[in-house]
Ligand binder design. Structure first.
Ligand code: DP6
Length: 334
């Protein structure tokens, strides 16, 4: 290469309904359990990757700023793409989110899905989505799922090299267009990141083996609820998986407490609404934001109820969206 070679991509965050927590191989980033998620729309990461022969190291800008720890993860991800292409060119990466980074809104999922998509295109790699999912998984587990839109399952996989620990679409977003209201209860970066939280949990939580043993049944229940578009069944299995993951992490030493008071109050509000017949359930990841998933007819009522909860700073409403895709560079800042 003797000149700049660039591409841009957009990917959206996903929210796990049956959670990923724990690794069976940290180096390959292989999960201890399979997981099932929904990919969102409205919220996005847009990333431009430009391989440049004039650069002697990668330059990484995230939301207009440089961050050494994130830059290291981005370079490690670019290394996987460079190895695939058999090149050693450094790159300038410019990535933006339209939602708070590192506050439990899965910015690493959309971030690494967009990076892999744009980086592969800039290098001229002809990759299948499944290949991109494997590469994105190596950079951040949940990113494997943001390669695809709608309802997505990421398989535990059986092979030691991890090539079958890949995500695949279960159902299109349009086939069951549920809505999601994200109640933002803090914009601070989380105290313990997912990778460290998973490591601590595996080493110290007495519930780790029960978590792994019971996951297959949860995946089967969620899969059939999704294929049957059975809201009540999906609500039951999703809240169960969420609370079980947090119980597992709470029992680590020291315990991982990702919620604040408003998170808990939002959980109660969602359950109260469901008690009144409103089709809504909650899920919470490794941070204090609460995601309420509902039928479209209930979206306005759910958002209004969450806005009233003391400590809720904002409620962002979104539908389900598409997987990672190429965009024109002009769309980056749009
Ligand atoms: C609680 O994908 O951020 O959101 O693979 O270490 O980068 P790494 O972890 P990450 O973990 C996400 C954990 C979760 C549950 C989920 O998304 O399934």
């Amino acid at each position: 290469m003797d000149k700049l070679s660039f591409a841009a991509a957009q990917a959206q965050p996903n929210i796990a309904l049956v959670k990923y927590w724990g690794k069976r191989d940290a180096a390959l980033n292989l999960p201890a359990v399979g997981s099932i998620s929904i990919t969102l729309d409205t919220l996005w990461t847009r990333t431009r990757v430009a391989f440049d022969p004039a650069l002697d190291q990668d330059r990484v800008s995230l939301n207009g700023r440089s961050d050494a720890a994130e830059a290291k993860r981005v370079s490690a991800c670019l290394d996987l793409l460079r190895a695939r292409a058999g090149v050693n060119w450094r790159a300038a990466v410019d990535s933006r989110n339209n939602f708070p980074t590192a506050a439990g809104l899965a910015s690493s999922a959309s971030g690494f899905a967009a990076l892999v998509h744009a980086g592969a295109e800039a290098l001229g790699l002809q990759l299948e989505d499944a290949d991109k999912s494997v590469l994105a998984r190596r950079c951040s587990g949940s990113a494997a799922r943001s390669i695809f839109g709608g309802y997505v399952e990421w398989a535990h996989g059986a092979l030691a090299d991890g090539t079958d620990s890949v995500a695949r679409p279960l159902l299109d977003a349009a086939a069951w267009p549920l809505r999601v209201a994200v109640a933002i209860t803090s914009t601070a970066a989380k105290e313990v990141g997912s990778s460290e939280g998973m490591r601590r949990t595996a080493q110290t939580s007495p519930f780790q083996s029960a978590w792994i043993e019971t996951q297959e049944a949860d995946l089967a229940a969620a899969r059939s609820a999704i294929l049957a578009r059975d809201f009540e069944a999906l609500a039951a299995i999703s809240e169960y998986s969420c609370l079980k993951m947090h119980a597992l992490a709470l029992a680590a030493r020291p315990g991982l407490l990702y919620w604040n008071g408003a998170t808990v109050e939002c959980m109660r509000r969602v359950r109260a609404l469901r008690g009144q017949g409103v089709p809504v359930f909650f899920t919470v990841d490794a941070g204090p934001q609460l995601k309420a998933v509902c039928e479209p007819s209930a979206a306005a009522q759910v958002s209004a109820a969450l806005r009233e909860v003391p400590g809720v700073l904002d409620v962002v409403e979104t539908g389900l969206g598409a997987g990672a895709r190429s965009i024109r560079v002009e769309e980056l800042a749009a």
